[in-house]
Design a protein around this ligand. Structure first.
Ligand code: CAA
Length: 240
């Protein structure tokens, strides 16, 4: 049976790897993006995966965008809440804009997206909701009060919603990546980056494809007994 998968932030970085991996598993995949038209077009040209532009922080945009995806591909069976941003700053320098941007995208985005597919999943008695949290939502991180709060919130969101979805055949899980080799790392100063890699027991950054494999497993029919879990993929940097 062909499943329809929707991946937010699905045309770059970890999201792109997830979109491609789900397609390789036989899913019909739609990927959203927020701003970078050029990268999205290149991604569609390369993969054949359709991309849709909207801001996950905007509830109405999510509602309308999901309606368009469902008109094009059919009901969404698998939702991957991957879209995320950073606005790192030590707390004394963090502004309300830094705080709101990160909470709106990385936490409220989960509500906006999931709320608009939840009714359909309940009716069809099947669904997979997988959200990408972070090691820093588990352990906290200097200069990431906003990001860690949102990513910890993603875990609480998941544990609660998993309880509601269980009887309806919907699993809700989180993958918590460690430091992965993507554009997001580019804002980290080199000296700090050396410290970070030094603290990863496997001695390297993760690759986006390694996160994608965790997601495809949780999205599979085989993972039906796994719900409310947090799957850490961080090279041993933090063990919970
Ligand atoms: N632990 C302890 N001290 C730290 C630190 C850390 N992790 N990171 C920075 N510092 C220190 C710096 O060494 C510096 O100290 P000195 O002044 O003594 O040299 C001080 O904090 C920074 O002070 P500044 O006022 O200069 O800070 P800034 O306004 O220039 O901000 C920064 C710099 C944003 C904190 C920058 O250091 C940085 O980006 N740090 C890394 C933050 C980080 O790890 N982000 C994760 C991004 S990846 C991600 O989010 C994906 C994921 O899910 C894992």
């Amino acid at each position: 049976m062909t499943r329809v998968a929707l991946v937010t932030g699905g045309s770059r970085g970890i999201g792109a790897a997830i979109s491609k991996a789900l397609k390789a598993q036989g899913c019909e995949v739609a990927a959203t993006y927020a701003g970078n038209d050029e990268r999205a077009t290149a991604f569609t040209d390369e993969t054949g995966i359709k991309t849709y532009k909207w801001d996950v922080a905007d509830y109405e945009a999510c509602k309308n965008g999901i309606a368009q995806v469902e008109a094009d591909l059919g009901p969404v069976d698998i939702l991957v809440n991957n879209a995320g941003i950073t606005r790192d700053a030590p707390f004394h320098k963090m502004t309300a804009e830094h705080w709101n941007a990160v909470i709106d995208t990385n936490l409220t985005g989960l509500f906006n997206m999931t709320h608009n597919v939840w009714g359909g999943m309940r009716e069809r008695k099947f669904g997979r909701v997988i959200s990408i949290s972070s090691i820093n939502g588990q352990k906290g991180q200097f200069a990431q009060v906003n990001y860690a709060a949102a990513k910890a919130g993603d875990i609480g969101f998941t544990k609660s919603l998993a309880q509601e979805g269980a009887r309806a055949g919907i699993t809700v899980n989180v993958v918590a990546p460690g430091y992965i080799n993507t554009d997001m790392m580019s804002t980290i100063p080199e000296k700090i980056m050396d410290q970070i890699v030094g603290a990863i027991p496997v001695g390297r950054l993760g690759e986006a494809e390694e996160i994608a494999r965790a997601v495809t497993f949780l999205a599979s029919d085989d993972a039906g007994f796994i719900t409310g879990s947090t799957l850490s993929a961080n090279g041993g940097q933090y063990m919970v």
